[in-house]
Design a binder for this molecule. Structure first.
Ligand code: SF4
Length: 378
């Protein structure tokens, strides 16, 4: 272990020199007007957005989010629907809900002042060791590491370490080793140097650019060209496959959307109704027939007397779509159904709205899983 600590200490100088001239210019790294570090709020929002999302994709979201919610007070007060709309397309929507919860905690428990210490940051909703380390080191200069996938990848390559990096004891050991060597005078730059080296040189997919790497003289995997074996992770379980038929029901220029339940996948977001399985055109027509004869819909039955039988005047096939979540894949078939009257739809949900395209664009967060069909009505 000693050898590794010494080796780890040796890369600090070359890594920091490299960072001086190669640091990425990112909007959330802008220093506060009256200080020499970025604000904790901007580090926090960007780090949460960057979980599972690429830097380039985050930039636009980050800018819009900060324009609308520039500080903790604004975030704590935003409505759930507006927050979801701002987050629409980023996925993993619980991240956004936790941001709001943490903002409320900051107001209630810390008098509206962003907590400055790593240990305090860990008490906030949605903030784990990595994010707490990033905020504490970058915004407040506390010498704590921010250990993410980049660090695990570079570290295990440096030492040809085949420990399973999903194991808590392995993660703890790496963090403790970094804690011993992190430079007290510039911990934020040190952590960001690892991030940038992982993002631009020791790449997660494909061949790393060892020839351009500042720590190459210290790297065992670089010397043996065995980088592809690190980091070691257990094989992922295959994702569950689900088939769904998605219905875009249109009536007088409005489309039916429903709110998903407040727990589970895509909780609280708005979606087009869907059915399990792949419905043929005939099955779909049968389905539409059922909606107008639903039990208890007496008034509607009377209203319909004398009218033609079908509620659907035209059905268009929108084709197939696929969306991959972390544990499940949706394989979807979409139909656009033009209706000649509003059906009595037996869909249990938290709420149903007939929305115009403008409403969909401006007021409701429809997850990107439905984008492939949604785009056809824009
Ligand atoms: Fe990664 Fe290559 Fe640098 Fe080693 S030498 S840290 S494998 S880029």
């Amino acid at each position: 272990m000693k050898r590794e600590e010494n080796q780890l200490g040796k890369i600090t100088g070359p890594l920091m020199d490299w960072y001086d001239s190669h640091a990425r210019m990112l909007p959330w790294r802008k220093k506060e007007k009256d200080g020499n570090r970025p604000s904790p709020y901007s580090v926090w929002i960007s780090e949460i957005m960057l979980q599972q999302t690429r830097v380039e994709a985050v930039k636009g979201y980050y800018q819009r989010f900060l324009e609308r919610l520039p500080d903790v007070d604004a975030l704590a007060a935003v409505s759930e629907d507006e927050l979801m709309k701002l987050w629409q397309g980023l996925g993993y929507y619980n991240r956004a809900r936790n941001l709001k919860k943490a903002a409320q905690q900051i107001i209630e428990e810390y008098g509206g002042e962003f907590p400055r210490e790593y240990r305090e940051l860990l008490t906030l909703s949605g903030i784990g060791e990595y994010t707490a380390g990033a905020i504490a080191s970058i915004a407040f200069g506390e010498p704590v590491p921010a250990v993410d996938g980049n660090v695990y990848r570079i570290y295990t390559r440096l030492f040809c370490d085949s420990s399973d990096i999903t194991k808590a004891n392995v993660r703890r050991r790496i963090r403790e080793e970094l804690l011993k060597v992190i430079p007290g005078e510039s911990p934020g730059s040190y952590n960001q140097a690892w991030m940038d080296l992982g993002a631009t040189v020791c790449l997660p997919h494909g061949e790393p650019l060892c020839g351009q790497c500042p720590v190459e003289p210290f790297c065992l995997a670089g010397a043996c060209q065995s980088w592809q074996h690190y980091p070691v992770k257990p094989a992922k379980r295959p994702r569950k496959q689900e088939e769904r038929t998605v219905l875009l029901l249109e009536y007088q220029g409005r489309y039916l959307i429903q709110k998903r339940p407040s727990r589970g996948l895509l909780a609280g977001l708005w979606e087009f109704p869907s059915q399990e399985g792949v419905l043929s055109l005939e099955q779909l027509q049968g389905f539409l027939q059922q909606w107008k004869v639903e039990e208890g819909a007496q008034e509607r039955e009377e209203e319909w007397q004398g009218q033609e039988q079908s509620v659907a005047v035209e059905i268009e096939l929108l084709g197939k779509g696929k969306h991959i979540f972390s544990h499940v894949e949706w394989h979807m078939l979409g139909y656009l159904v033009h209706l000649n009257r509003k059906p009595q739809i037996p869909i249990s949900s938290e709420g149903i709205v007939w929305a115009t395209v403008k409403d969909l664009e401006e007021s409701y967060s429809v997850p990107s899983a439905f984008r492939c069909f949604y785009e056809k009505i824009l």
